[in-house]
Design a protein around this ligand. Structure first.
Ligand SMILES: Cc1cc2nc3c(=O)[nH]c(=O)nc-3n(C[C@H](O)[C@H](O)[C@H](O)COP(=O)(O)OP(=O)(O)OC[C@H]3O[C@@H](n4cnc5c(N)ncnc54)[C@H](O)[C@@H]3O)c2cc1C
Length: 396
């Protein structure tokens, strides 16, 4: 019987991990199944571009995994039972249960509403393809002079406001920041950011926490009313509640608590990678939800899974966060390096060079996922526990 590896989620972490596992483990004794809610690989880092009307190409996962041996199941995960080692799914084929020997949980995250009244009913977001498409339709119908309020001064809020302002100069863009815009950046990078906002004509309300969203306005903590035809909620990401409900040990955030090898601390057959993993980086702090962290955590998880299955020493791969790379539309960006304590270094890269670099990073991340067979070795590693291998070892 083959060792069944089930990967939940085919985003930056899951899709890369599945391809990597398939490239390095022999199909003679492993079966790798990927479960994803949608049939395509969605480049989440470009969803604000999709929302503002830019055309993005989505590559089908069936096409991505063709020739790798990875089995694709397009279905929504509804539950995980780590005691029985099963996953409940629902899809076009109806409900089903998948059994696993090793599980890699990489379901990512979605928008965090923080319980703010009206957000679920009236606000839009760019955290998933369906919500970005809903926003795209709304923005396409918004005529000149329409007001778009972006709530949140984090990376996604900044990227969304600047992208929208650049692509639709006919709209009036407003950003509500709980603190100061770019407070965490180095002084020079902050100046660069503020100049970009001025150039793009974005109005910023600082020290303005939004406490309610209504159909045509948002209400701040001090009762100020900000008129908005469209409110885009960019106040952080939250993980899906599936992990917490399953009995896996989770952090307060709902992320799965993992050890240095991305293995669940409560269930050793389960690994987590990407936004849903509560992974401690080399600086002793939790890795931020980001594409870079999805890369580090999935590399570590796959290295550990392969080593444990093939009976070799588990390697440790890098978990060091280097910095933030923020697009400011298509022609400007900021690359801010951080130190070991995640404090911004004085050096930053800005302008067209940073924008070109960011564009290269986005293309590289997408390319590495949609080419899982690149560098596929002719011989892949056999499991240490495979029946025929046990005989070989006994004879040795
Ligand atoms: C607009 C935007 C811009 C961003 N820009 C940057 C950036 O510049 N740099 C950066 O580092 N990060 C950026 N991020 C964050 C980055 O996209 C995430 O941190 C990254 O996608 C996490 O990867 P992941 O694989 O954990 O999750 P995801 O990429 O979200 O993948 C999760 C996968 O799981 C699937 N899934 C979810 N729930 C279920 C379910 N119940 N059943 C089955 N399948 C399911 C989804 O369909 C998806 O394919 C941005 C995010 C957004 C929204």
């Amino acid at each position: 019987m083959k060792h069944r590896i089930v990967v939940l989620g085919a985003g930056y972490a899951g899709a890369f991990a599945a391809g990597n596992l398939a490239r390095r483990l022999s199909p003679a004794d492993t079966e790798i199944t990927v479960v994803n809610a949608v049939p395509d690989f969605v480049e989440r880092m470009r969803l604000h571009q999709l929302a503002i009307g830019q055309d993005l190409a989505f590559r089908g996962l069936a096409d991505v995994f063709a020739g790798t041996g990875v089995l694709l199941r397009v279905a929504r995960v509804t539950g995980v039972d780590p005691e029985r080692r099963t996953v409940a799914v629902t899809g076009e084929d109806g409900d089903g249960v998948l059994a696993y020997d090793t599980l890699l949980y990489a379901l990512g995250s979605s928008v965090a509403h923080h319980g703010v009244p009206g957000v679920a009913e009236y606000a839009f977001d760019v955290t998933g393809r369906s919500s970005a498409l809903r926003l795209r339709e709304r923005l396409a119908g918004l005529s000149e002079g329409g007001t778009v309020l972006v709530v949140g001064e984090g990376l996604t809020g900044i990227e969304t406001a600047t992208e929208f302002a650049e692509s639709r100069p006919d709209l009036s863009l407003v950003l509500a920041a709980r603190g100061e815009l770019g407070a965490w950046l180095s002084p020079k990078a902050r100046r660069h950011l503020r100049q970009a906002f001025d150039r793009l004509g974005i109005t910023v309300h600082e020290h303005t926490g939004i406490e309610a969203v209504e159909p045509t306005r948002a209400i701040a903590a001090d009762s100020t009313s900000i008129p908005a035809d469209v409110t885009v909620w960019s106040a952080g990401f939250a993980v899906h509640p599936i992990a917490a409900a399953s009995g896996l040990e989770v952090a307060e955030t709902g992320q799965i608590v993992v050890d240095r090898t991305m293995r669940s601390v409560s269930h050793p057959d389960v690994y987590a990678a990407g936004d849903c993993a509560y992974a401690i980086g080399e600086n002793g702090r939790p890795l931020p939800m980001s594409c870079a962290s999805a890369g580090y955590t999935n590399m570590q998880a796959t290295a550990a899974i392969i080593a444990r299955l093939t009976g070799s020493e588990v390697p440790t791969t890098g978990l060091k966060y280097h910095g933030n790379h923020i697009s400011l539309g298509r022609r400007d960006a900021i690359f801010q390096m951080v130190d070991g304590d995640v404090r911004s270094k004085s050096w930053y890269l800005g302008g067209r060079t940073a924008a070109r670099l960011k564009s290269g990073v986005l293309k590289g991340a997408g390319w590495s996922i949609v080419h899982p067979t690149f560098g596929m070795p002719k011989r892949r590693r056999r499991l240490a526990t495979a029946p025929d291998r046990a005989g070989v070892r006994a004879a040795a």
